[in-house]
Design a protein around this ligand. Sequence first.
Ligand code: SAT
Ligand code: MN
Length: 611
Amino acid sequence: MNDFSRDASKPAVAHGTDASSEGSQLEALNAWVADVAALTRPATIHWCDGSDAENAALVAAMQADGTLLPLNGDTHPGSWLHRSHPDDVARVEHLTFVCTTHHDDAGPNNNWMAPEEGHAEIDALFDGCMQGRTLYVVPYCMGPIDSPLSRCGVEITDSPYVVANMRIMTRMGAPALARIEREGRLESGVFVKGLHSIGELDPNRRFIMHFPEELTIKSYGSGYGGNALLGKKCHALRIASYQARSEGWLAEHMLILGLENPQGEIHYIAAAFPSACGKTNLAMLIPPEGYRAQGWKVWTVGDDICWMRPGADGRLYAINPESGFFGVAPGTSAKSNPNALTSIQHDTIFTNVGLTADNQPWWEGIDNGLAPAIDWRGEPYDAAKRPAAHPNSRFTVSAKQCPSYTAEAENPAGVPISAIVFGGRRAALVPLVFEARDWTHGVLVGAAMGSETTAAATGAVGVMRRDPMAMKPFCGYNFADYFAHWLSFDQAGANLPKIFHVNWFRKGDDGKFLWPGFGDNLRVLEWMIGRVKGEASAIETPIGHLPAVTDLNLDGVALSGEAEAKLFGFDHAGWTAELESIGEYLEEYDDRMPQALKDEQQRIAKALGVL
Ligand code: SAT
Ligand code: MN
C-alpha cells in the first residue's frame, strides 16, 4: 500500500499491508468489486484489513495531502482535524432516495425513484469517477463480531477519510471479512453492498440512494457523515429497518444506556431522539451529586442506533451496531457531557470544528476558558462572520474511549430493554415526561413524535415537523408498514418494555428552558424504572400517565411555579388540537395506516372530549 496516486488502465490491488494477496474467498464479493472497478476505473484497489499499520499509512497520506491536519499533540495526541467542503457539512434529506419496485413501499415519508431509474441516474455519475484514485474495499460488521444480531456489509469508497472513520464507527477489516466469507458460504449469507464516491463534492451531482430489495446503497458526491459512512444511517437504519421488518426485529434511531441503582440492579433504556437532540449526552449522563453518592451509575451501550429482537423470554434484547460515536461537538463541555469530553482527548477525528491559537479543537459551548483563533473554514475567527465551529461539526471516537462504556455493549446476546423513550424538541405543549398506557398507545406516541429541525441536515433549523420515532430521515420503507411492524411485537408471550415520552426542551414565557436537563434527566429515568417495577406513582390523564411533581426526586432542583405547571401539567385545549393534527397526519397514509393506530388516536381524542 504504497502508491495512492498511480494511474493505470488495470488497477493495482493491495490487501491490507500485504500487497501480495488479492480479493476475498467469496466469489460474489470479488465479482462485485470487479464490476465496480470496471465502472469507476480506479488507479488502485485496496482491500482494508483494519490493522494499525494500514491506518497509520492512510493517516500519513491524508496528512501529506492536507485531508487531515494534526492537532496539538500534547493536549490531543493522535487527533486530527478534517475540514469538509463548505457545501458538504450535513446530511441531505432532499437528495436521499429509497428505490423500491413499488412507490408505495417507500411511502410518503421517503423520496422515491424506481430502482432501474435510480441505478441509471447514479451509475452515470460513478462512470469513471475514481480515475487516479484508490478504491478502498471496506468490510465491516455492524454489532459485535460474534453476535447473531449483527449484520455485515462492505463499503467501497474512494475516500480515505471515510475509511478512517469507518474503522472507528464499525468493526472493520479482517474479522468482518472472515464473517462475510463464512456467511457467504451459507445459502442465507448476504452482506449489504455500499458504493460510495466523493465525486466532485458538487451538491448538484449528489445522491444518497438505497435499494432495500437488493440490500444495496449507492452514495455519490458527499464525503460527510451520514451521507458517506455507509454503515451508519444508510445501512444500520434505512437498509436494516427494511431487513428487520422481514426478519422480525427492529432497527431504531436510539441510544442505549444502562441505569444502575444503589442495589446494583441495571435496567437498560433505549431512547429515540432526532439528530442533534441530546442522545449522546443522555447516553453518557453523569448522575447528580446526591445520586452519585448513593451509588447510581449510568452505563453507555450506544448513542445513536439500536437493533432489538425478542429473546426466548419475550423481552427485547438490544445491541448497538456501532463501535464508535459520531457526536455533535458544539455544546459539548465539562458541564454538559464530561464523559464525551474525556473520550475525545486523544485518538479522535474532529470534523469542521474551530482551532485555538495552539491548535486545540474548539467549538461554541466548550466553555474551557480558551478562545478560537481559526474557524471551521480555516479562516481567522471573526464572530461577525461565522461561528468558529460549524453547528453540525462532529467528533469521531471509539466507544472504548468513553469512561462510561460498558463491556455489556460487546455481549453477543445484547442487553434486555426495560423502557423505550421517545422525545423531541418541543418548546411548547409537551410535558417533561409521560408514560404510554400500553404498547399500542406507545406506538402512537412514537408515531406522533414532533421535533424542531436541527443543523444535522441541510435546510431550515427550528421548524416543527413530525419525526416518528426519530426515524423520518431514516426509515427504509413506508411508515404505515413500519408502525404495523411495531404493533406486531405485541403478541402472546411477549414481555415488552414500557414506553415513555420525554421533552427536555419545554420553554417558559421568557423563552428559556424550564428543565435543567443533562445530569438531572436521571431523575426522570429513575421515575421510569420505578414505573417499570410498579413502585412509582402517576396520574392517569387522556394523554398518558404523568408523574405528579412529588413523584420525582427533585432534591436540589429549584423549579418556578411556571416550570412546575408546564413540566408536570397538561394543557387540555392544546392537546385537543394536537390530537386533531395527529389524526390528520395518520390520514396522509390512507388505508395503509394500521386501523389500530387510528382507533387509538380516536380513543384519546374522545377521552379529551369528555373531560
Ligand atoms: O451525519 S449523521 O447522519 O451520521 C449524524 C446524524 O444526523 O445523526
Ligand atoms: Mn443520529
